[in-house]
Design a binder for this molecule. Structure first.
Ligand code: SAM
Length: 332
């Protein structure tokens, strides 16, 4: 953001309040930091690829000037409807363009509206509060609902297909890989022995039986998280969108990512540091790093206590920023 615009908003205290852009749908995390880190030109084109309730999108739009634009992407119809009604005026003025789709196809989504270069890309990973709080979406073990967990309800794979159709070994690997769940074998065995399962309560009860005692609540969160990540192909989509970003961003443009667990954050960290997901840093013959990125945040930015007190879901957030540079970074 231009220094002038930022000073103006800061002087009015408008970017300061951590919950100013919150709605019943979702409370955006680290809003002020996102705006400050993402915007490098007030009349640029920015992509919010995880639109949700459009809290971040609204904050970004407010900081842009009248020529600045935001393209908002989400694969969930509820999110699109929410964003369309919240930002109806901005749609009418052409400053905001909502698009349904998976962010792994960001290049194709933009190409369809004649955009080949952008100034910034923002990702706020995971699920929205709305998705967790609406029982029938099946994302939460707190409610009894059909085993669904699809962000895009048009997708074929649901949580029910995984628990009822995958074999025991596949479910064990899934819980270990995406949930880092130490009792994955026992939980998978119980799932397979008690098929068919049709509700979140049935699944949650099986997890409780498999992991009684002090670890129950962690096992519930890990199991539901792992199945959700598989249903929605979350880690693959993250890798694809990050790879696309190096082609889409203009030099000097930025990617800002908020992750909520270590599997995501590790990938983002490695990619920003080395330009690949293995974290392998390549250097030229002069010892200069070869990467399309300058890592702006060596350490992740996290919400402060006041923000977490008002929005407990912010507690696991980790924000990282990278800037598009030429292939050779200046760092040695
Ligand atoms: C944490 S919420 C974003 C909240 C948003 N920043 C706000 O201010 O309300 C994440 C959103 O990203 C969407 N999402 C997650 N993965 C996606 C993907 N691969 N493609 C498109 N949308 C995705 C989810 O459907 C959800 O609405």
């Amino acid at each position: 953001m231009s220094g002038e615009k930022q000073d103006e908003l800061n002087a009015r205290g408008e970017l300061e309040h951590p919950h100013r852009f919150a709605s019943d749908y979702h409370a955006p995390v680290l809003c002020k930091t996102v705006v400050n880190e993402l915007i490098t030109s007030a009349n640029g084109i920015y992509v919010d690829a995880t639109l949700g309730g459009a809290g971040h999108a609204a904050a970004i739009l407010e900081a842009l000037d009248s020529k600045g634009r935001v393209i908002g992407i989400d694969r969930d119809d509820d999110a699109l409807s929410e964003a369309e009604s919240r930002l109806a005026e901005e749609i009418a003025s052409g400053r905001f363009v909502p698009k349904k789709g998976n962010f792994e196809c960001v290049a194709a989504i933009l190409q369809a509206i004649d955009i080949s270069e952008i100034d910034g890309l923002f990702l706020d990973l995971g699920v929205s509060s709305h998705q967790l709080d609406v029982p029938e979406r099946g994302f939460s073990h707190r409610f009894n609902a059909p085993l669904d967990m699809r962000m895009n309800t048009g997708d074929a794979l649901s949580a029910a297909s995984i628990v009822n159709e995958w074999d025991e070994r596949e479910i064990t690997i899934l819980l270990k890989k995406f949930g880092e769940e130490p009792r994955s074998r026992r939980i998978a065995k119980n799932i397979v022995a008690n098929r068919p399962l049709s509700t979140t309560k049935e699944l949650a009860d099986l997890v409780r039986q498999s992991v009684p005692g002090s670890q129950t609540s962690k096992a519930l969160s890990r199991t539901f998280q792992a199945i959700r990540m598989a249903v929605n192909g979350e880690l693959d989509a993250l890798e694809r969108v990050l790879e696309s970003s190096s082609e889409l961003l203009r030099l000097g443009g930025r990617v800002v990512v908020i992750s909520y667990h270590s599997l995501e954050d590790r990938r983002v960290k490695r990619y920003f540091r080395s330009g690949n997901f293995q974290g392998y840093v390549q250097r030229d013959i002069y010892g200069k790093k070869i990467s399309p990125w300058r890592e702006v945040t060596k350490k992740p930015i996290i919400p402060d206590e006041a923000e977490i007190a008002g929005n407990p879901r912010a507690r696991s957030a980790r924000l990282r920023v990278a800037e598009r540079i030429s292939e050779h970074a200046s760092e040695r």
